[in-house]
Ligand binder design. Structure first.
Ligand SMILES: Nc1ncnc2c1ncn2[C@@H]1O[C@H](COP(=O)(O)OP(=O)(O)OP(=O)(O)O)[C@@H](O)[C@H]1O
Length: 262
């Protein structure tokens, strides 16, 4: 009988290092994203950014530097030029805009709840797809957003801003997003509500592998929760740093902003 060599003990003929493709580790890729106002004033000057899957990316920078504009491009609240924003390797301009917005949920500074109860709000998104969430599913989402069962029947108009923000979060999570875009989601909240929202965001990242992009004016907040920080100055990403190494920023305006903000 012919004997074959034991494959496990063979030296490899050719050693190949397999690098993961960018699509496997990068959720969003932004390349040369530009925008000008209707009057022709440049707002974004060719922004480049990689948003790693399952991480929290903080975007900070001076007022008017373009933070919200970048964030809003990621779910096409304005239309970025083709070939500039990619989700899982696909140009977002080639995706159906409604399914993009289900995958990429967004929370704003002030929550805007619809008429009706908290449960009605949470059921809204899935209902648009013809799916009726069960009571158990609504309660699971309430728990996820750190709201107890008593909120189920409450009316949106009876809630504090902090509670309403967590309902808005639960409503967004009902769409089972893969990415959460947060535009200063705690700037209208007191420190306790802020901590509650931060805790929920970190829990979602840890337990569900959610990718989060968060614009914040609070450097301390970004240092508490972000894995990586992008510093935007005058429509450009001028630094990408780990949150505990912000003092290593070299760009003069970024450094000035960080010094004055801390
Ligand atoms: N649709 C628009 N038309 C004209 N100008 C715009 C438009 N959207 C944004 N801008 C301008 O672009 C610049 C960047 O705005 P943006 O809101 O993205 O900045 P920001 O960094 O988020 O600011 P802030 O920290 O104050 O919220 C600002 O000068 C703003 O006035």
């Amino acid at each position: 009988m012919e004997r074959f060599p034991d494959a496990e003990n063979q030296e490899p003929l050719l050693s190949v290092t397999v690098e993961p493709s960018p699509a496997e580790t990068t959720k969003f890729r932004v390349r040369n994203l530009t925008k000008s106002s209707d009057a022709g004033t440049p707002i974004l000057h060719g922004v480049n950014m990689d948003i790693p899957k399952g991480k929290i990316v903080g975007i900070i920078g001076p007022s008017g530097s373009g933070k919200s504009t970048v964030l809003r491009a990621l779910n096409r609240l304005w239309e970025p030029p083709s070939g500039t924003v990619f989700l899982d390797g696909r140009d977002i301009r080639d995706l159906d805009v409604l399914s993009l917005r289900r995958k990429v949920g967004m929370l704003f500074q002030l929550p805007a709840l619809f008429e009706g109860t908290v449960a009605d709000n949470i059921r809204f998104g899935p209902q648009l797809k013809g799916k009726k969430l069960s009571d158990e599913e609504v309660h699971r989402l309430l728990t996820l957003a750190d709201l107890d069962a008593s909120f189920y029947d409450k009316r949106g108009s009876d809630l504090s801003v902090g509670q309403a923000q967590r309902v808005a979060l639960a409503r967004t999570l009902a769409n089972e997003p893969e990415v959460l875009l947060l535009d200063e989601p705690t700037s209208a909240l007191d420190p306790i509500s802020t901590q509650n929202v931060e805790d929920v965001i970190m829990k979602l990242k840890k337990k569900q592998g959610l990718t989060v992009v968060m614009v914040s004016h609070s450097i301390k907040q970004i240092q508490r929760i972000a894995d990586v920080v992008c510093l935007l100055v005058d429509g450009d990403v001028v630094e990408v740093l780990e949150p505990d190494r912000l003092s290593e920023a070299k760009h003069p305006m970024a450094l000035r902003f960080l010094t004055l903000s801390s």
